[in-house]
Design a protein around this ligand. Sequence first.
Ligand code: SF4
Length: 467
Amino acid sequence: MNTPVEQFREDATRVAADEQHRRLIQGALGKYYVARDRQVGRFQDWQSARQAAAETKWEAVNHLDQHLVSFAEKLEARGGKVFWANNSAEARDYILKICREKKARCIVKSKAMTAEEIHLNAALEKDGYEVVESDLGEYIVQLRKEAPYHFVFPAMHLSRGDIRELFDREIGNVKSDNPEDLTMVARRVLRKKYCEADIGISGANFAIAETGMISITENEGNARLTTSLPRVHIAVMGIEKVLPRLEDLALFLPMLGTAGAGQAITCYNSMIGGPRQPGECDGPEEFHVVLLDNHRTRLLADPEQRDALHCIRCGACLNVCPIFKNIGGHSYGTTYQGPIGSVITPHFRGLQDWKHLSNASSLCGACTSACPVKIDIHHHLLHNRRNAATQKPRWWEKLAYKIAAGVLNWPEFYAFATAVGRVMQKFHPLVKGSVLDPARAWTKTRELPQVAPQSFRDYWRARERKP
Ligand code: SF4
């Protein structure tokens, strides 16, 4: 069994060499950039909107204790039930308990990254329940027995042809790869499942402290059916999803649509504040909200990286990341991919086992510039690197940096070392890639940076000598 870092290296190397994969991702993201820029242009001032969103999330996360209690009290007053889960196991056990009590057989589920995080589907299936993903992208990856590729576009890595073949194999008699026809195929299967399901499980994009409601945004209407047709609705959400006021959605809904998919606003925006009330004709008999900590409070306790909890999971940082575009979402091996996944996964799953994700970055800062809530993502990758090195220093790294510091602090020796490097690099092609090449790991896939033919010091001296 490979360790996370070994698996990451193996998968990233394979996907980076896959040109078909690269074409698909570049094609999908090309359209996204155009749409996103158009929507950004419709904001009166996108940068001010980002600042306002960052400040609102700061307020929410820094008073999380008060906001969560207010959210829970208001929701419970309308008959909703709130369960505080410290970790994945507690969240799974609570959901399984409800399923057993209700003697459920079939469960429909709309997109919920927190459910992926706690491995809910596997636990439900192990207990004998039929679980059907109702989001089209999630349904496709479920049929492929794969994890979502991207937390907004779960099936982004597949072509229409791949999806047609999959539907033909799993559902039968699918000849067209027209997107509308493929959608209708999935729709026919899913419509039946909504009617059969005893329980609907969803995530939540936001939770409003002021009113005790959850907000779900989606484009297919599947979440609305998932949350209102079955007898019981269970929403699983991270504790950081809270926003103080209902009016905050006036900013966050268009911002999420713009940054996430280049839309002015997502097609369906639902607010759910409890089970069906007397006199109402729609909605479930029971409504449960599982508030998931799962190490989020550990991140909250870190004043340096706490703002990573501001994330609204729009996926914009993935879409602009040169590493994500090359290695793809599955290579990360985590629920949350891309730059923000590389920041938070070491907090959720252990720094030493997942520190390699923070090293897999060019630190170009494209993620930070794209983030609608202004999370300082690329600096957090550096913080993770520093924390990992401080927690468990590697002797050879310490030695290498000591030598480098010595050389850099001794100008004469630095000049000498550069001159030696300039001579030695002439012989490098003779040993390149062999055991005699000290840089063979680097030169396997890259060229060795060349030492400049003339150092700045030599150039300056020559310039001074000129009349
Ligand atoms: S870190 Fe920012 S850009 Fe990335 S998913 Fe979260 S909110 Fe979006």
